[in-house]
Design a protein around this ligand. Structure first.
Ligand code: GLC
Length: 663
């Protein structure tokens, strides 16, 4: 049962696709005050668990901290951080009752979940213009399924996107890309994608390619295709200000950039230097920007990642002028009256400043809207621009798309990666915990930068992270410029990496099938244990093991130098260990606590009692996976419903896509 409460005059984010009449009766969960902005308060029971918030910091159970939806370009995901790149304003309170709440509000909003007072949730935003959806359900899982129905089907990528991808900020020339492909192919490490970070462009100009480096870009895309590699270029939100650059000139001429109060185009500095932001909230501008992806699609590109779309601002013209002014005072301050930390503060404040987000406007169907009031839906609408364009450009084909910033609703147009993490063990654990929460908010095609983006990785961290990444729909190794080289072939005993990633390819028929079934029925791909074993009190405490699809449970190792880990089995299960030599060892284990030994080059996994899963032979590309000759791993007599399609087109509901396999 979903009820919609309308407060004030909310902005239509189009996050919800089902039409739900406005509820006239009293609010059934918590209470609302509209005295100072909008405040929703709720008293929790001692044992209530709070799920949700999608891409957010900390645990699966969100209790005990404060989270802010304020899409930010923030690379240091330390434990005290309150906001990340996304705004996923959906929570589920689960205890005696099970209640879902979606605060559909596109500006900054705070979720104090037992931070100020242990037993109280306070959700606050500055303006009392909110659509609040309240969902009553039989369980947390039931609430999530009802929510997913009203926000529409999740984005489905092409099947190749389930392969492994290599990325690094700093590949510049065709030879840089060839070296990566050679490194993987020579060592027989499976690979389907190589990502093109900003250096493929000419001076970081969107929809351009540096022609000095790539005199025949289409030819290069074809060369890679012949080697079964999909190149996936990045697209940034800001359009470089440069005379003669057609995207800039067209945008200016048509009035498609975000404007300041005086009507001039707002200037924000990002990678290309000074840029304008396309007005992603303006339908015409969105169509115009989306159509530009065609240039790369025409060259054979079939996947993209959208970045810097919070939108990130290194500095604005105004911010820089203010800083210079301040520094001038400092330089002239011969008596040293200005404390040195005031300089740090001023310099630090220039990036992603809330003041800048008040300096520009959108044109939403003829109405001028100040950016800070809709800040959290900019990235969503950038990805929507692309998604809507893909429907026009290639209506039958799936195109890979994922974004850094997002809001619920964007899940229909693309996946997300979780941004600039670090090569920290704690970020591997954060990655594990974030996945089911993202799924609850509709984001199924997700993954983190495996090995860590910032800081220098270590061989063991990369291996353990890959052993978890095997199970994330987006499986990509990505690293920042200046960090230690992180491609799998850079490390000793490269055959260990080949073996780990081969496990992914052996599992792709199963993982793809479970992903598709989840997407087609608005279900979860990753579930917390408590969703599957609601009666099991112990299961509710486990945050470092996850259920995938219907059949398996994973328990990744995420601690340095650990030789294994403790695992909790809510029921009898089959322990499956993919060994370093390609063989598989299985052992039936009874419900309860166990310690499992897991060497660095091994992948642990559990099959739930009475189930089986299909397993293919190793392959080096998704195309080469032979689904006609698969074995079934698991319990004798068990059956599995396999979903399989060509992975390219959108003929999802064809009955021939499903078949029953019996062991
Ligand atoms: C941002 C992205 C990162 C990318 C870098 C350069 O930091 O999050 O993935 O490598 O920009 O484009």
């Amino acid at each position: 049962m979903v009820k919609k409460y309308v407060y004030g005059n909310p902005f239509n984010t189009e996050a919800v696709v089902t039409s739900i009449p406005k509820e006239e009766g009293a609010l059934t969960a918590g209470s609302v005050s509209t005295d100072k902005g909008y405040t929703w308060t709720y008293k929790m029971d001692a044992d209530d668990i709070v799920y949700g918030l999608g891409e957010a910091n900390r645990g699966i159970n969100k209790r005990g901290y404060i989270y802010v939806s304020d899409c930010s370009d923030i690379p240091d995901h330390t434990e005290d951080l309150r906001c990340l790149y996304a705004a996923h304003n959906f929570i589920i309170i689960s205890g005696q009752n099970h209640i879902g709440l979606f605060f559909d509000y596109p500006a900054v909003i705070t979720f104090d979940i037992g931070y100020t007072r242990q037993d109280t949730i306070t959700v606050h935003c500055n303006e009392a213009n909110v659509n609040l959806y309240v969902i009553d359900g039989d369980s947390a899982y039931d609430v999530v399924k009802q929510f997913r129905k009203i926000i529409g089907r999740s984005y489905i990528p092409p099947k190749f996107a389930f392969g492994f991808g290599q990325s690094r900020w700093g590949y510049v020339t065709p030879d840089d890309f060839r070296t990566v492909v050679d490194g993987y192919r020579k060592n027989h490490i499976p690979l389907d994608m190589v990502y093109m970070d900003i250096d493929y462009m000419k001076d970081y100009k969107d929809f351009t390619v540096n022609e000095e480096n790539f005199p025949d870009f289409k030819g290069f895309v074809d060369e890679m295709k012949a080697r079964k590699i999909h190149l996936v270029p990045i697209i940034d939100a800001g359009v470089k200000i440069e005379d003669g650059y057609d995207v800039y000139e067209e945008g200016v001429e048509k009035g498609y950039f975000c404007k300041k109060e005086d009507g001039s185009n707002f200037v924000a500095a990002v990678w290309p230097g000074r840029t304008h932001f396309p007005d992603m909230l303006n339908k015409d501008a969105r169509k115009w920007f989306g159509d530009k992806y065609k240039r790369l699609i025409d060259a054979g590109i079939d996947g993209f990642w959208n970045d810097m779309n919070e939108p990130a601002i290194f500095y604005s013209d105004e911010g820089m002028a203010e800083l210079k002014d301040f520094l001038k005072d400092y330089i002239n301050d011969t008596e040293e009256k200005i404390p040195y930390f005031a300089i740090f503060e001023h310099v630090g404040k220039i990036k992603n400043s809330p003041e800048d987000y008040k300096r520009f406007y959108h044109n939403v169907d003829g109405v001028r809207v100040r950016h800070d009031k809709v800040h959290n839906i900019f990235g969503y609408n950038m990805t929507r621009a692309a998604g809507e364009a893909f429907e026009r450009i290639a209506p039958d084909k799936r195109i890979l798309m994922f974004s850094r910033s997002s809001y619920i609703g964007m899940h229909r147009y693309g996946g997300v990666w979780t941004g600039d993490n670090k090569s920290w063990w704690s970020h591997l654990l954060l990655n594990i915990k974030m996945m089911p929460s993202l799924n609850m908010c509709g984001f199924l095609y997700t993954g983190a930068d495996l090995g860590g983006f910032g800081a220098d990785t270590t061989r063991d961290l990369l291996m353990r992270w890959l052993a978890f990444g095997i199970f994330t729909p987006l499986m990509r190794d990505h690293a920042a410029a200046g960090t230690r080289k992180q491609e799998c072939y850079q490390f000793e005993n490269v055959e260990d990496f080949a073996n780990l990633i081969s496990v992914r390819y052996r599992l792709i028929p199963y993982l793809y099938s479970e992903f598709m079934k989840a997407a087609l029925s608005d279900d979860l791909y990753f579930k917390p244990l408590a969703f599957v074993y609601p009666e099991d009190e112990m299961a509710a405490n486990v945050e470092d093991q996850l259920i995938i699809g219907n059949e398996i449970m994973i328990a990744p190792v995420y601690t340095q130098n650990a030789k294994g880990r403790y695992v909790y089995l809510p029921e009898d299960m089959l322990f499956v260990k993919f060994m370093g030599d390609g063989s598989i060892v299985t052992e039936e284990m009874s419900a309860g606590h166990h310690y499992i030994q897991v060497a660095l080059n091994e992948v642990p996994m559990f099959i739930r009692k009475g189930f089986c899963i299909p397993l293919a032979q190793p392959a080096e590309t998704v195309d080469a996976i032979d689904t006609a000759h698969m074995e079934l791993l698991g319990y004798d007599g068990a059956s599995y419903e396999l979903y399989e399609d060509d992975g390219i087109h959108k003929d999802y509901d064809n009955g021939a896509n499903r078949k029953i396999l019996t062991k």
